[in-house]
Design a protein around this ligand. Structure first.
Ligand code: BES
Ligand code: MN
Ligand code: ZN
Length: 511
């Protein structure tokens, strides 16, 4: 996919060449552009004087060289002020470059160093470039019998870099793997529930585990029953598709210790059960397994990059349907850890399936737990569609997750869980907990409920109900599944594996 070369020459024949330019350069040309201007007999400075080239961030200026230079076409990318250029706008910038090249069949080349500044070295930029490239080129082909969309077809991208070609190449490959795994998660989210049942997810997970040499176990209904997973199984009662608990172990260390547990909500379709959703609210509920998709995407990255870290993935998967056997409001169920739950709302099913998964992960040795899922509409009310809601019982662990989220361009925002919030989920006349304490602070109630099962284990809950699906396409996201949290979780696992996670630096990333 990527060829890294260090012998750039303006006369080498190429198709499309991409160059980044900071805004402060528009009065005085730097070495690179000066050189280019000479080659073009001063026409570049002329164009700049005429205001024909926009150096603002994300602007894409195409110039045809009409045979005067090796490259047929130059794409001059405005980067804005050098001191403002950071990871986030680098991602968006590359995203918009690739969007503007959609349908282009040329081989593209890039002068990667022209995108670097003090805070982004060539390796960072290379990773971000390749990641953005794969994310921006994602398309869900869907099920239309006629598909006329033009696809770009970059089989090869030539990256010019003056230093350490091998290291640049491996940064590019890492970024590309991160992007591709994000796209895998997007696909899973976009497939409708009639075509992606719990059994299908289990099959997919098996394929992944086999491909990357990880151990996998699918816990079937009998087993779940035996283990007492009454919370998870209650949600499955109305379904003709059997619930499955998918358990995958990736052992990256000698001993099975310091295990990170990644748990993904895998509700393949959420009708709300007898607390049924409205006809508007129910559309889109095929995406209620986006948490499962996220942890499977993370596993794909782990499989390909093989960090020295133990990871346990647990995916409780079922749909939430209505039938003669469905669980009902007022039911009292017993979770795996023994805590009883009064069901006040069958639509608060995510926390029920995750509760047993958390208990199970702890018993399998998880010493850190992250659960991720589309838990509440309330998180959308609280934080909108840009921020994933985070809740935790451990500030230190949270900071590590926050650092990983920053470095992945997937923002999270912490919501509190106070003692009063805990009291609300513990408030039931007939059981230990209730699953829906009512309107106020919905998202927090989901977190507080799960916290009752995490107990002392350092734990972060990520509510992606607002971020798992894009309703408007952006530079990096097509409509539909975003694959959110795949990269954050993979980054976190990586940080754990290197054991040099710097808390100070991740703190300074918060603004
Ligand atoms: N899957 C939904 C949450 C959701 C809502 C995801 C919108 C994506 C978009 C979840 O199971 C749910 O129904 N949550 C309820 C919780 C309530 C009943 C306590 C909600 O948010 O309304
Ligand atoms: Mn629900
Ligand atoms: Zn749900």
């Amino acid at each position: 996919m990527f060829t890294v070369l260090n012998d750039f020459n303006w006369n080498t024949k190429q198709e499309t060449l991409i160059i980044g330019c900071f805004k402060n350069l528009d009065t005085k040309l730097n070495g690179l552009l000066e050189n280019l201007d000479e080659k073009l007999n001063g026409q570049l400075s002329l164009l700049i004087q005429e205001g024909e080239i926009d150096f603002n961030n994300k602007s894409v200026n195409s110039i045809y060289t009409l045979g005067r230079l090796g490259p047929k076409k130059l794409v001059i990318v405005g980067l804005g002020e050098e001191e403002n250029f950071n990871q986030d706008n680098a991602r968006d910038t590359f995203g918009s470059v690739f969007k503007s090249l959609k349908g282009n069949k040329d081989t593209i080349s890039i002068l990667i160093e022209s995108f670097t500044n003090k805070s982004l070295d060539v390796f960072n930029i290379s990773r971000i470039f390749a990641e953005a490239f794969s994310m921006a080129s994602y398309e869900f082909t869907g099920y239309k019998t006629k598909n006329n969309e033009e696809k770009s077809n970059f089989n090869e991208i030539i990256v010019y870099s003056e230093l350490e070609c091998n290291k640049v190449k491996s940064s590019l490959e890492t970024g590309y793997i991160f992007g591709q795994a994000t796209n895998s998660a997007r696909n899973l989210v976009n497939i409708p529930s009639n075509l992606l049942t719990p059994s299908d997810i289990a099959l997919y997970a098996k394929g992944l585990a086999n491909q990357y040499d990880m151990s996998i176990e699918i816990l079937e209904k009998d087993m779940l029953n035996q283990m007492g997973m009454g919370a998870f199984l209650a949600v499955n009662q109305g379904s003709s598709e059997p619930a499955k608990m998918i358990v995958i172990k990736y052992q990256g260390r000698e001993d099975w210790e310091e295990v990170i547990g990644l748990i993904g909500k895998g509700v393949t379709f959420d009708t709300g059960g007898y607390s049924v959703k409205s006809k508007e609210g129910i559309v889109g509920m095929k995406s209620d397994m986006a948490g499962a998709a996220a942890v499977l995407g993370t596993l794909e990255i782990i499989g390909r990059t093989r960090p020295k870290q133990n990871v346990l993935v647990v995916i409780p998967t079922t749909d939430n349907l209505i039938g003669p056997n469905s669980f009902k409001p007022d039911d009292v169920i017993t979770s795996m850890c023994g805590k009883t739950i009064e069901v006040l709302n069958t639509d608060a099913e995510g926390r029920l399936v995750l509760a047993d998964a958390i208990t199970y992960a702890k018993r399998q040795g998880a010493q850190f737990i992250i659960d991720v899922g589309t838990l509440t509409g309330g998180v959308i009310t609280a934080l909108g569609y840009e921020m994933t809601g985070a809740m935790t019982n451990n500030g230190k662990f949270f900071k590590q997750v926050l650092g990983a989220s920053y470095n992945s361009g997937e923002p999270i925002w912490r919501l509190p869980i106070t003692e009063k919030d805990k009291e609300r989920v513990r408030n039931s006349r007939i059981a230990d907990l209730n699953n829906s304490p009512g309107g106020a602070g919905h998202a927090i109630m989901g977190g507080a409920f799960l916290g009752e099962f995490a107990e002392e284990t350092p734990w972060v809950h990520l509510d992606i109900a607002g971020t798992a699906v894009a309703y408007k396409p952006t530079d990096l996201n097509a409509l539909g599944g975003t694959g959110v949290m795949v990269r954050t979780l993979a980054f976190l696992v990586n940080e754990f594996s290197t054991n040099v996670f710097n808390e100070e630096s991740s703190m300074s990333l918060i603004n």
